[in-house]
Design a protein around this ligand. Structure first.
Ligand code: 5GP
Length: 188
């Protein structure tokens, strides 16, 4: 059995369900202790019950830019007006324990990790269509009309990256998609 830890990335358009699949995976008994999440850093403000260091490390723009300059991120990107990045220290530490490290990041970030770490395992999560993505973003109720338009426009560009990925999960029905994701990850 291969005991070496790998970087696993869940990426794809905002609203396609990658965060839901990420959360299910971390709760799943099959992967408990084998897959550990990476906590990202961001300059966006905490939402609802989000806590410092749990959902994200919430940094000021100044602090984030300092960390960029001092190479403390495996990757970072500007996503919808805020910075987001993966602290490299945590990733190294998790991999050194022989665990897989799970990143739930945008498509720009996934592309950067692929360049730096070609053996990373990239999963693209998408909806069956852009119309369905629009319906889900509208149903989520967290975005304005303008924000939904921007997310759809971004999604159209992001879909062009699909061929760089090791696996594509069409999130048509959550349980089915999750089952497929588990099957794929059990083999890596
Ligand atoms: P949200 O603000 O809704 O939590 O996340 C917005 C977007 O940023 C999502 O697509 C999420 O996957 C992405 N994101 C979260 N953390 C990171 C990160 O560390 N790096 C990159 N590149 N994107 C991230």
């Amino acid at each position: 059995m291969n005991k070496k830890g790998r970087i696993i990335i869940l990426s794809g358009p905002s609203g396609a369900g990658k965060t839901t699949l990420h959360d299910l995976l971390l709760k799943s008994p099959e992967f408990r202790g084998r897959i550990v999440r990476s906590v990202s850093a961001t300059t966006r403000k905490p939402r609802g019950t989000e806590k410092q260091g749990r959902e994200y490390f919430f940094f000021s723009k100044k602090m984030f830019e300092h960390k960029i300059r001092t190479h403390q991120f495996l990757e970072w990107a500007r996503v919808f007006d805020n910075y987001y990045g993966t602290p490299i220290k945590n990733v190294r530490e998790i991999l050194s324990r022989g665990r897989h490290v799970l990143l739930c990041i945008d498509v720009q970030g996934a592309r950067l990790v692929r360049k730096k770490v070609p053996e990373a395992f990239l999963v693209f999560v998408k909806t069956p269509s852009l119309d369905e993505l629009r319906r889900r973003l509208e149903k989520r109720g967290t975005d304005s009309k303008e924000s939904i338009s921007l997310r759809l426009k971004t999604a159209r560009l992001e879909l062009k990256d699909v061929s760089r990925y090791d696996c594509v999960i069409v999130n048509d029905e959550l349980n089915r998609a999750f089952g497929e994701l588990k099957q794929v990850l059990a083999k890596i």
